[in-house]
Design a protein around this ligand. Structure first.
Ligand code: ADP
Length: 484
């Protein structure tokens, strides 16, 4: 059965990306097409984005609560059908999607993203003549009020799914913003958006949605616990069977070592010698001394969540083990500073690039021997999936999606020939170093290392399997609407 889905997201690759959410919002629609499901995506028209939209056409106009006009512009980019929400007073400004150039949250984020959800709800209820989606899929807190506005409208509306990409970001605002949301007073309650005396965008959405998904089965379990639930575990436990975990896939065309235009030398699992040229190129790019040991890499937000304070603290211990490090990322100043200091101490063994660089992240995956992902929690994680695809062996903490996607090189897995990485717990410096030591032993056993690389490269990390699961979920919900 084919039908239309409206996806609502605050970032969509390749137009704007701060993390995994953008990758998912950009790739899932393409994968669902193969399931016979047509997805259109509503997103804000941040500065400069409209220039990149083909066949742009204004399809709807709205007056917002302050009397200003927002337009919806339909168009296409990179194979995606888009509705760009053009409200320059909210979105046409310097900085990122959520923060200004100085790193502070935009002060009007509540207005910026409540409008996104409000327009999402309007489009779901036929604000554009002839467009009638059977289901709305809202991503993260920025879009989470969509089902809330639909519920508040008291009009027939499509089924709704809210996906949690990271429960740490909940979109909580002071109670004073409530009147500006334009919701009925009854929504200022535990059944609505009220959340410990604040307005909780994600909280409201998780309560109102017909189904809630998150991005891995293990994370779906973790968020039901007080530790992982970040205040929302009670509400989530109440959703019971309506909460499911579906692992993210990756765009295997964009991430393909055989055709990747930005790496030094294309390769595949049959021709791993060519991979070595990428390692040489990476050594050159970071000024690393050429030696026989492995290069361990990090491509990540440099934050406590990602456990990168542990890596930053242990740079010297890692270097002592004969490891060279490549660090690409930005985030908490203290972690950045520690990595830069480690580079100053070991200029030809620790390469550091502070910043965001998509092409460089491809070259790192192609040239490094292993990627280190010691996250304290990780809803899904994409870096380890790119690593699998590029034969860069993941060394990961046993949490969330990392635990679901990497098969530890324990005796049973090695014997069965299915190991793809090294998995450790608990998330501590000691356990991480022990995991690196284990990885080094495997690295010295060349054939075993090669088998980990090849198993990883053969792993299906595409969207195919997960798109089917989303499609099944959508179909089940749409069938409920149809009463079957
Ligand atoms: P999260 O969304 O929590 O940041 P994920 O692993 O799900 O973590 O997704 C992060 C995405 O951002 C991956 O595509 C990763 O390669 C990319 N990324 C993170 N930091 C950088 C960086 N400094 N340069 C390039 N890509 C980065």
């Amino acid at each position: 059965m084919g039908f239309d889905v409206l996806s609502v997201a605050s970032e969509v690759f390749p137009l704007v990306k701060t993390g995994g959410l953008a990758d998912v919002a950009g790739a899932l629609p393409l994968a669902l097409k193969r399931e016979g499901i047509t997805v259109r995506t509503l997103m804000p028209a941040y500065r400069g984005l409209l220039d990149r939209i083909e066949n742009a056409e204004t399809v709807a106009e709205f007056d917002d609560a302050t009397g200003r006009t927002a337009r919806v512009i339909a168009g296409r980019c990179a194979g995606l059908d888009l509705f760009m929400l053009d409200a320059p007073y909210l979105y046409d400004r310097a900085g990122g999607p959520y923060q200004g150039a100085t790193g502070e949250d935009h002060p009007d984020n509540a207005a910026r993203f409540s409008l996104l959800s409000k327009v999402g709800a309007a489009l779901a209820q036929e604000a554009i003549a002839g467009y009638r989606p059977a289901l709305v899929h809202a991503h993260d807190w920025q879009a989470a009020l969509t089902p809330v506005y639909l519920a508040a409208s008291n009009r027939p509306s499509p089924k709704t799914v809210v996906t949690i990409h990271n429960l740490a970001f909940q979109g909580n605002f002071p109670s004073s913003v409530f009147p500006s949301l334009g919701l009925p007073q009854t929504h200022w309650s535990i059944e609505g958006v009220e959340y410990y005396g604040q307005v909780g965008f994600l909280k409201g959405g998780l309560h109102a949605a017909d189904a809630v998904t998150t991005v891995s089965p293990t994370y779906a379990d973790e968020i039901l616990t007080p530790d992982g639930g970040m205040g929302l575990d009670g509400l989530l436990r109440g959703r019971g069977e309506r909460l499911v975990g579906i692992v993210n896939g990756i765009d295997t065309d964009v991430w393909n070592p055989k055709t990747d235009p930005v790496i030094a030398q294309p390769y595949d699992h049959r021709d791993m010698k060519a991979r070595l040229q990428n390692k040489r190129a990476l050594e050159g790019e970071f000024g690393l001394r050429r030696e026989s040991g492995p290069i361990l890499a990090v491509v990540s937000r440099l934050t406590w969540q990602k456990g990168l304070d542990l890596v930053a603290e242990l740079c010297d211990e890692l270097v002592e083990r004969g490891v060279r490090l490549v660090i690409v990322g930005s985030g908490e100043r203290m972690i950045e500073g520690r990595f830069l200091a480690a580079h100053a101490r070991h200029p030809d063994r620790v390469g550091v690039r502070i910043g965001y660089d998509e092409a460089l992240s491809h070259r790192v995956q192609a040239g490094a021997d292993a990627i280190l992902v010691p996250s304290r929690f990780e809803p899904c994680g994409l870096t380890q999936l790119y690593a699998l695809r590029y034969g860069c062996v993941p060394i990961v903490a046993a949490v969330g999606g990392l635990a679901d996607t990497i098969i530890d090189a324990n005796h049973a897995a090695v014997t069965a020939g299915c190991a793809t990485g090294v998995v450790f717990r608990p998330v501590s410096g000691e356990a991480m170093l022990a995991a690196v030591d284990r990885a080094l032993r495997i690295y010295r056993h060349r054939e075993l290392w090669r088998s980990l690389q090849v198993s990883g490269m053969k792993t299906d990390v595409s969207w195919t399997a997960s798109a089917k699961l989303y499609a099944d979920l959508y179909r089940a919900l749409v069938n409920e609407t149809n009463g079957s």
